[in-house]
Design a protein around this ligand. Sequence first.
Ligand code: ZN
Length: 435
Amino acid sequence: MIISEIAASLYPWDLADEGMEHIADELIERCKVNSLYLVGIMHYEKRPLTSLFYTHNSVRKFYLPENSRVYYRLDERNFKDTCLKPHYSEREFLRNIDWLDVLTKEARKRGVKAGIELSHTIYDTNIAYEQYPQMLQRNVKGNIINGSQGLLCSNNPDVHEYQRAMFYDSVKNHDVDFIQTCLLTFAQGNIIKAPWFYNTWMDINCANLGALLGIANGGCFCDSCRAKAKEWGFDWELILRDMSVLYEVANATAHRFQDSLMENNLTLGSNVTEAMLLLEYPGLAEFLKFRIRSITELFKDIYISVHEANPNIDFRYNNYVHFPEYTGISFKDIAPYVDSVRDSDYTEQTGAKDDFRYKHNTLLKIRRGIGFNKKIIAALAVRPNATPEIIKRSVSVLGELGIDGFSLGHYDGSHIEHLDAFREAIDAIHCKIQK
Ligand SMILES: [Zn+2]
């Protein structure tokens, strides 16, 4: 197979603890990595994520990052049109160092690509909850979704401009080849499950319908969304009417929204389809379309801005959800506004019980959406719970799916034997790297 890239992600504290030179040695020599990128804004998340302890970090056993801090310098003049300003790390060993520069300098020295990832949340939601509650996504009842762990709404003009400026500035003021994001878009709500007693005599699988119904708990119904929907000619009253009904159906119990309880049980316990739900509730279809148009507009603004900053930049969306269209992401719609897509499926670390069927189908879904002129970079897990055998099988499955590159997730928690297994696997399928 012919690919153009083998990428690996790094966190600022990895660089501080292990040293950029040592990490580059490990990844380039063991795995033929030709693309290194920094997770330059990171949300709350224990590292390593999927195992208790680091396996090759001699400084610490685990790390708990701050909420949505930036680990490289930005030019605040680029944020003049938004009231939101970047917040930098306050930890002594990380602050006042431009970790993106540390990474890009080493990458250039080695002749490999350099990139930056802006992760799920790029602004501290605790601060937003205290100071700018109007910027957080709201459900159909007008309540902030998930409180201080909620999501900013990119239809709010200050949020939209902050997000655009963050991407623009990161590219304008740093020597990067690509900018990647797994930005949290619209809250998709929880997957609504069928009543427990159905399981006793029926073999039902409502995962898709339950996810669609779960959007009733998602967002956004803030003032900015209402204004934008009306400006674009969406029937907001129809959306509100149908989503309010579905909110009660989704959340009905014997104690709450009793009148909708049987509708809940019969919807989730029967084999009614998602198509039927969309036909019965046209406001639901409108709501999905409105969210997709909103996110497409955001991607378009970011895409134009980063290419203005550097015409050769690769803007990469990092897919992380099972149902992208339920978060406002439609691959066909965003296709003109991305240069590549990374799919962050980590089946390997769960034992690949489906023999990579989900990973396989997701990659085909992305290809169907973005076409053949954009690149797909497939992630795989080199973390604990994977095994060398699973990694080899994964690479051999991926080798037949027309992907353009691999991305190792993630160096911080990787086992060295897994890095070596990856190298053996790509050699076994005669993987050639062409720029
Ligand atoms: Zn909103």
